[in-house]
Design a protein around this ligand. Structure first.
Ligand code: GLC
Length: 443
């Protein structure tokens, strides 16, 4: 059994740590401007201009079943869909605002179709719900608000009541956790308590927002009452179930700041530089990067949530589709080194060669050696001698021969002087898989 003990969580995170890999879906009105989901505040777009996107939001090609098929093929076991992003537009049929997809040319509940399609594929259901709301009349103008530079910005907060907004959020979370069956994850986003009043905006005496503004304790308690076991992230400015490093690659298992305990964590990343569909964005990650990000994350005990930003027509564009296909090709044959796996035991880590990563099954019986830089003929790995019962390439189940410890003579296979080591005898040509994996059955 894995020797790594993680900090207890209020929600049911056991399946989460087993499943490891999920799909993030950022979809909303920002898909029309198609230049980042923060476009409203980045370009200070006035309401009447932004309403054009409301008027013309018509995802006529939306087929949630196709999205679910692609997610399943990619090996994604859960999904998190933006029910409402910072723009405040609701992708579900809420009774608490008219600013919702059923009132656009879409004319239907888009969350409902997502839930039904992904659940039908056996994919667990998550909602992203933005704490930030740049449309709601009671959400106060602050450090990130699109209206912060308006001529009358200083007066805009007169009469705005964040308590009413906090109630609005509780009402909508109640709808989301009541009307769509079992929900596994609720992903709030995000708190920013560290902001200072900008020098040119002395009226902005409350530039940031945190748990008191969200009335987070009440919001979370409601969610856990409605969906016992639900997993909640840490961005309400309160500690919940999962830590959520974003757009960077941790190099160690994430720990609790105060206690030092290992925590349940999930890295969230984009295929390119934007969460929402961004037509002209060019920083798309290579196939190798995509696979290595997943392996790197699991090799230090984490989950990976990879994001797609569908187009306003409702389909996943060719670049994201190709990226999902990279995962599908690799996970089809190598998923066993990801699901139900975690960081390898310390006894193995010291002998790990450069440009390789281990994962190990939670039951401790299987060790997976992921080879990033494919060596010619021989790969020597410390700390394995006497511990292997059998070894094979995971992608095709073909035996991988090896020698143990130091080696005499001038065979092609030069052993080494480390008696704890094993030298694997590899084919000269890299197998036809992005990252070859040796599956090691331990004695
Ligand atoms: C950041 C971005 C937000 C995105 C989120 C995903 O908070 O502001 O647009 O939805 O990351 O984790």
């Amino acid at each position: 059994m894995s020797s790594y003990v993680t900090r207890k969580t209020p929600g049911d995170t056991e399946w989460f740590r087993h499943d490891r890999f999920g799909m993030f879906i950022h979809w909303g009105l920002y898909a029309l401007p198609a230049r980042h989901e923060w476009i409203k505040t980045r370009e200070f777009i006035p309401e009447e201009k932004y309403d054009k996107y409301f008027k013309y939001f018509n995802p006529d090609l939306y087929d949630a079943k196709e999205w679910a098929r692609q997610a399943k093929a990619a090996g994604m076991k859960y999904a998190v869909f933006t029910a409402k992003h910072h723009e405040g537009f609701c992708m579900f049929d809420t009774k608490y605002t008219d600013y919702k997809c059923t009132n656009t040319p879409a004319g239907r509940d888009l969350v409902r179709e997502y839930v039904d399609a992904f659940r039908a594929e056996g994919i667990r259901i998550g909602f992203y719900y933005s704490l930030i709301d740049w449309h709601h009349p009671d959400f106060t103008v602050d450090f990130y608000h699109p209206r912060r530079n308006d001529p009358d910005a200083a007066e805009l907060n007169n009469g705005r009541d964040m308590k009413k907004y906090a109630l609005y959020m509780r009402n909508q979370v109640e709808e989301l956790l009541t009307n769509y069956g079992k929900i596994d994850i609720l992903w709030f986003d995000f708190s920013y308590t560290n902001k200072k009043t900008p020098a040119d905006k002395p009226w902005m005496t409350k530039p940031g927002k945190g748990k008191d503004d969200w009335e987070a304790e009440e919001l979370v308690a409601l969610a856990r009452k409605l969906q016992p076991g639900i997993i909640i992230d840490n961005r309400t400015d309160t500690e919940q179930d999962i830590w959520t490093p974003e757009q960077y690659q941790p190099t160690e298992w994430v720990r609790h700041k105060e206690t030092g305990e290992l925590v349940t964590w999930e890295a969230c990343q984009t295929f390119s530089g934007s969460w929402g569909y961004y037509r002209d964005e060019q920083t798309w990650k290579s196939p190798e990067m995509l696979i290595r990000m997943l392996i790197n994350t699991v090799s230090i005990g984490g989950n990976l949530l990879m994001n797609v930003g569908p187009t306003s027509r409702g389909y996943i564009d060719h670049r994201a589709e190709a990226a999902l296909g990279v995962y599908a090709d690799w996970m089809k044959y190598n998923g066993r080194s990801i699901y139900g796996c975690t960081m390898a035991e310390p006894e193995f880590l010291d002998g790990l060669p450069a440009d390789c990563r281990y994962t190990q099954s939670e039951d401790g019986k299987r060790l997976y050696l992921h080879i990033y830089s494919y060596p010619f003929k021989a790969l020597t790995v410390g700390g394995l001698a006497g511990k292997i019962d059998y070894a094979q390439f995971l992608h095709d189940g073909s035996e991988v021969l090896y020698t143990e410890g130091g080696f005499e003579g001038h065979s092609m296979l030069q052993g080494c002087d480390d008696d704890t080591a094993v030298t694997f005898n590899l084919p000269a040509i890299k197998p036809n898989t992005l990252v070859p994996v040796i599956e090691i059955f331990l004695k």
